[in-house]
Design a protein around this ligand. Structure first.
Ligand code: SF4
Ligand code: SF4
Length: 232
């Protein structure tokens, strides 16, 4: 799959998720941004989409905001969702991850608004809560929604299986480089920067037996995404 095709498929995945999210009863609303921490992660495919949006919309100064905050502690994952699924399938212990919302707010956040909202990564789209987090201090998310979110994360990683994942700051600073974006486009990226980890294809979809039947229609929608014919 070439990059344009992957981006079309990514948009279709986002659309399926947005339709699912519209059926949920959540407290999330505009300017509610407690969940916008500096710990958001994403794939290089999503990072490419955001970098392209920033550059084409005259918002490249936002790369500087990321750079200015890049010395600050943030969640840098050791495993991707598909790697985690494989570890679980083998019955092994996943590595311990260090993640703390008190490490601070997303460096993109401006006056409680997201300047990349139309192209925000899946990690932001899927963060929903039944009750306002600023009142409870935590997100109240149904286990079924968390299960569905993991399935979407697996599919997004799968279409970017030759790419990488990492913290939003690391992926975006990597994608700020014309050379890195071109190498990504040409599928010649071999040497990610510190903090990025290799993606993996889906070997097993992580859905527990109690969620299997309810998740079936969503899985069918994801599996029936039509991959457009590629232009040579
Ligand atoms: S997840 Fe919590 S903080 Fe984020 S928009 Fe929803 S209610 Fe607000
Ligand atoms: S990218 Fe946007 S939606 Fe995601 S955490 Fe940052 S400000 Fe919030």
């Amino acid at each position: 799959m070439n990059l344009d095709t992957k981006l079309v498929v990514l948009n279709q995945i986002y659309k399926i998720y947005d339709e699912f999210a519209a059926t949920l009863d959540v407290a999330c609303k505009q300017y509610c941004a407690q969940c916008c921490t500096r710990n958001v992660t994403l794939t290089t495919l999503e990072g490419y989409k955001i970098a392209h949006y920033l550059i084409s919309n005259g918002k490249s100064d936002l790369f500087e905001k990321l750079k200015d905050a890049s010395h600050k502690k943030r969640f840098q994952p050791l495993t991707t969702t598909n790697q985690l699924a494989e570890i679980c399938m083998r019955g092994d212990e996943p590595p311990e991850e260090e993640n703390d919302p008190s490490w601070g707010r997303c460096p993109f956040l401006t006056d409680n608004e997201c300047p990349v909202y139309p192209v925000r990564p899946f990690g932001c789209r899927c963060f929903v809560s039944k009750q306002n987090c600023s009142e409870t201090g935590y997100a109240d998310t149904e286990p079924f929604v968390i299960a569905v979110n993991n399935v979407f994360l697996q599919f997004i990683e799968h279409i970017d299986a030759q790419g990488f994942s990492g913290n939003l700051t690391d992926v975006l600073l990597f994608m700020a480089s014309d050379n890195n974006r071109q190498c990504y486009k040409d599928s010649t990226l071999t040497n990610p920067c510190d903090g990025l980890i290799s993606n993996a294809p889906i070997k097993v979809v992580l859905v527990s037996p109690e969620h299997k039947d309810k998740a079936e229609p969503i899985l069918r929608s994801l599996q029936s995404i039509k991959v457009p014919r590629e232009q040579i």
